[in-house]
Design a protein around this ligand. Structure first.
Ligand SMILES: CC(=O)CC(=O)O
Length: 271
C-alpha cells in the first residue's frame, strides 16, 4: 500500500505489507480504518457530570479482582462531543466508581460506557479496553435545566438533570467526589481459537485538558432497569451535585497496570 492507515487509507496497487500491519496504530479495513490511532482531539466537548451515593456492596460486586473500592459515589458523565478528530460529533456516557490497585494507582473504574458512534465503540473496546456499547445519549438544555439521557433498547436507563448555569465553579470542584482523571478499565480480548489473548487492567488520562467553563448545582438521577445496560445495579441512595463543563482534550496512549496473563495470581486470589 502506498498510504497507511491513520493517514486516510491507501488506494495503491498492493495490499498492506507486513511492516505496515505490525506498525502501532494499524487498523482495519486497511484502506479505510474504523478506529483512529493516537493522538486524536476533542474540541468544545460539553459534559454533564452527575454524582450520587450508592451502596458499597453494589460497587464491590462490579469491581474485578484485585481492584478495591475507594468510596461509595458514582459519577455519570454525559458527553456531547461537538467536534472530534476522525469520529465527528457524537455523544457518550461514562459511568465511573472510585477504585485502586492495592498499593498502586488510584482512579475511576468504568463498569459501562454508552455511545452513539460505532468507531468510538470499537476504539474504546479494541484499544482502551473500555466496556463500550451503542446507545442513544443526549445532553440538551431544556429551558432552565440541563437534561442528560442514556437510552438503550427504547428504555431511558439514565435520566439526569441540573439547573442551567446558576452557579459557576472552578475546575477543581469537578474532583469533589472523586479524582476521575485516571480512568481504569478491564480489557478483555480472545483469540479466534478461544484462547484468552488480552486480560489487563488499563489506565488512561486525557492530555492537553483545557476547561473553558464549569458550573455546579444539585442534580437528580433516575435509573431504569435494563439487562443490556444495567446501570440500575448501582442504585441511587442519595443525589449529590452535578457539574456542567466545557473542555478540549486529547486522547493519547495509556498504560497497562496489570496483565493477568503475565502475572502469577497473588496470594488469596481466586485464580
Ligand atoms: C470522550 C471520551 O473519551 C470519554 C471517555 O472515554 O471517558
Amino acid at each position: 500500500m502506498t498510504a497507511t492507515s491513520g493517514e486516510g487509507g491507501g488506494w495503491g496497487g498492493t495490499g498492506p505489507n507486513r511492516a505496515e500491519i505490525i506498525r502501532s496504530g494499524f487498523s482495519t479495513p486497511a484502506d479505510s480504518p474504523h478506529v483512529p490511532s493516537f493522538p486524536f482531539s476533542y474540541r468544545n466537548a460539553e459534559i454533564l457530570t452527575l454524582a450520587y451515593r450508592t451502596s458499597p456492596d453494589a460497587i464491590a460486586r462490579l469491581l474485578p479482582e484485585p481492584l478495591e473500592p475507594t468510596g461509595d459515589v458514582v459519577l455519570i458523565h454525559i458527553y456531547k462531543l461537538n467536534d472530534t478528530d476522525w469520529l465527528g460529533p457524537y455523544t457518550e456516557a461514562n459511568i465511573m466508581v472510585g477504585a485502586r490497585l492495592p498499593g498502586g494507582a488510584e482512579g475511576a473504574y468504568s463498569p459501562w460506557l454508552f455511545l452513539s458512534s460505532s468507531s468510538g465503540v470499537s476504539q474504546g473496546r479494541e484499544v482502551h479496553g473500555q466496556p463500550k456499547k451503542d446507545a442513544k445519549v443526549q445532553l440538551r438544555p431544556k429551558t432552565d435545566a440541563w437534561v442528560g439521557r442514556v437510552r438503550r433498547n427504547g428504555i431511558d436507563v439514565v435520566t439526569g438533570t441540573m439547573a442551567y448555569k446558576q452557579r459557576r465553579c472552578g475546575p477543581e470542584s469537578l474532583k469533589r467526589y472523586m479524582d476521575f482523571g485516571l480512568n481504569l478499565n478491564l480489557k478483555v480480548i480472545d483469540h479466534i481459537d478461544g484462547r484468552p489473548a488480552i486480560r489487563q487492567i488499563t489506565a488512561r488520562r486525557f492530555a492537553d485538558l483545557t476547561i473553558h467553563e464549569s458550573w455546579e448545582g444539585p442534580c437528580t438521577v433516575e435509573l431504569r432497569p435494563n439487562v443490556q445496560a444495567p446501570v440500575y445495579r448501582l442504585p441511587v441512595l442519595e443525589m449529590l451535585d452535578g457539574f456542567y463543563w466545557r473542555a478540549d482534550f486529547t486522547l493519547v496512549p495509556g498504560v497497562i497496570l496489570l496483565d493477568y496473563l503475565a502475572t502469577p495470581p497473588a496470594a488469596g486470589s481466586s485464580a
